[in-house]
Write a protein that binds this ligand. Structure first.
Ligand SMILES: Nc1ncnc2c1ncn2[C@@H]1O[C@H](COP(=O)(O)OP(=O)(O)OP(=O)(O)O)[C@@H](O)[C@H]1O
Ligand SMILES: [Mg+2]
Length: 539
């Protein structure tokens, strides 16, 4: 038999063991950054372990937890999904898992991996949810995954044609997200390779960005100017004492910047395209994780900058080719019209001279009459070919008249009803702009003939502010659901012509049926500003 004293000792020992186990469990949770929880579905009561409170940035057991309380602490972008996943887990029963971001009271965001299980009561009904949450924010694998995801985002933007500043801004955002105290900046090398210019640094003061814009690189030109000069990373731990910062020390001090590590952005052939840097507001020695992060970002930035340079060159080349083509067309059109047209007119005169002298020979007269008709036919063909190459009306009377002429021709040739509303007030536009708009218009009409089966076309030409707007709408069959543009160049060419002039050409489905080509091209700054602000402007 066990005595009363023994029983008391037993209880004490058990309590002691339970306490030690509890402490052990808490220590294990702290070491692994894993918190645990349970949620009683009948009462709604939620119990968190001390470590889970700490993960949420709260003092252990400092507040009562409910499902609503928990959801309120989930990142707003994840809240709805988490709520859905919890509901689905309760309905389905058994084990479940998801990851979510939470927001601590100080605003910092942590990423958690949750695994749990739904336990059922004696009747098989869901009664209790238990689970663990692991804080994976500082896990090196999670860090690598997030950096990779950020790089991928930037590369996807690059591949889908986003402007370079947007791609660089994404990279700067990535650095600042992964290295929370860092202020990231990307500078770009100018064409001479001697100066660095502002690229993207949204968290640096504007005054600072302006002051370092266009600074000459050199052996003592702050972290970035020196990194670009040396083509090697430069780590300045304390701007206050580093000789490299001599010329910019006061500027950095006035902006509260104390440390700056800069990495050259190098092209594949090794020349410098710019710099990627992180600043800190306190002196700081290089941290290997951030160094690795910024070097990777510099590499992606190099891809982006080089890619956009290739795009720019390709665009310039196609612009040049287009100009040469247009010049040749204009030249041939004029030669045909002037030279051939004149020679044919002379030929007609000579035929009629001959006809007068051979009045007695009726067979000869008939032959000359036929020759005269042939000459007329050739004259007409020459005029048609010449106009097809480049309508003289575009150069003589301008875009509005050329569009109007082309619309009439189109209506006559196709029998499709055309309604034109042109409101340029006969403003004479820059030749390249007028040519581009006219050629885009011609391609839009060609597409209508070839693909649309339309019976009516409306053409609208006017201004919106200082932007020339051309809209060509047809009531045809509309664009095919999945356009295979593999070998078709028309729409591509329209878009490219518009882009070269800083505009855009959008081809979209039209309601209730048909297709709308919508072109917007800004006027050059030196053009007809008075006419643009006149009351005839299209609003
Ligand atoms: N107005 C339209 N109505 C219906 N479909 C159109 C219209 N315009 C374009 N499309 C569709 O878009 C596709 C691409 O047009 P795009 O002008 O690029 O090529 P294309 O006319 O087929 O060939 P090309 O390179 O000779 O111009 C067309 O093949 C056609 O299916
Ligand atoms: Mg086409």
């Amino acid at each position: 038999m066990t005595s009363g004293a023994d029983m008391g000792t037993d209880v004490l020992v058990k309590a002691e063991v339970a306490l030690r186990l509890e402490r052990q469990l808490d220590a294990a949770q702290q070491i692994t950054h894993i918190g645990s929880w349970e949620w009683d579905l009948a009462t709604g009561a939620v119990i968190w372990s001390d470590e889970l409170y700490r993960i949420y940035g709260l003092a252990p057991r400092s507040c009562a937890i409910t499902l609503e309380e928990f959801l309120a602490r989930v990142h707003p972008d994840d809240r709805e999904r988490v709520q859905r996943q919890v509901t689905a887990a309760v309905q389905r029963g058994g084990p479940f898992g998801h990851s979510e971001r939470i927001v601590r009271p100080d605003g910092s965001v942590r990423k958690l991996d949750t695994v749990g299980e739904v336990l059922v009561d004696a009747h098989g009904r869901p009664a209790l949810l238990i689970g663990t949450c692991r804080d994976i924010t500082d896990d090196p694998r999670e860090f690598a995954r997030r950096v990779q995801a950020g790089e991928q985002r930037a590369l996807e933007m690059l591949a889908t044609g986003a402007p370079l500043p947007d791609v660089l801004a994404e990279l700067v955002r990535l650095v600042e997200e992964m290295a929370p105290e860092a202020i990231a900046s990307i500078l770009l090398m100018d064409d001479t390779g001697t100066r660095i210019q502002h690229g993207t640094a949204p968290s640096l003061p504007d005054a600072y960005n302006q002051a370092i814009h266009d600074c000459v690189i050199g052996s003592q030109a702050g972290s970035c100017g020196t990194a670009a000069f040396r083509r090697k990373p430069v780590f300045v731990t304390d701007i206050e004492i580093d000789p490299l910062w001599e010329p910019y020390r006061d500027l950095a001090r006035s902006c509260g910047l104390r440390a700056c590590w800069s990495f050259p952005i190098l092209a594949t052939d090794g020349h410098v395209l710019g710099t990627a840097a992180v600043y800190y507001r306190q002196p700081r020695t290089a941290d290997p994780t951030v160094v690795e992060l910024v070097s990777r970002v510099a590499h992606v930035a190099a891809l982006a900058i080089e890619r956009r340079k290739i795009d720019e060159r390709a665009l310039a080349l196609s612009e040049r080719t287009e100009i040469i083509r247009e010049d040749e067309r204009t030249h041939i059109a004029r030669e045909l019209h002037d030279q051939l047209g004149q020679s044919l007119a002379v030929l007609k005169l000579e035929i009629s001279w001959l006809a007068q002298r051979l009045a007695a020979d009726s067979a000869m007269i008939r032959k000359l009459e036929e020759m005269n008709q042939t000459a007329d036919g050739i004259i007409q063909s020459v005029a048609r070919i010449s106009t097809g190459l480049r309508p003289a009306v575009l150069d003589i009377l301008g875009l509005e008249a050329a569009i109007s002429w082309q619309t009439q021709e189109f209506a006559q040739q196709t029998g499709i009803t055309c309604a034109l509303s042109a409101r340029l007030d006969n403003l004479k536009l820059d030749t390249s702009l007028a040519t581009a708009v006219f050629r885009i218009f011609q391609e839009a009409l060609t597409n209508i003939i070839r693909h649309s089966k339309a019976s009516r076309v409306t053409v609208d030409l006017g201004f919106e502010g200082s932007v020339v707007v051309l809209e060509v709408a047809d009531d045809g069959v509309g664009l095919p659901p999945s356009r295979s543009r593999g070998h078709s160049l028309g729409l591509l060419g329209m878009g490219e012509r518009a882009r070269r002039l800083g505009g855009e050409c959008v081809v979209s489905p039209r309601e209730p049926t048909g297709t709308l080509v919508s072109l917007r091209v800004p006027l050059r700054q030196d053009q007809g500003s008075q006419q643009i602000t006149s009351p005839h402007v299209v609003g």
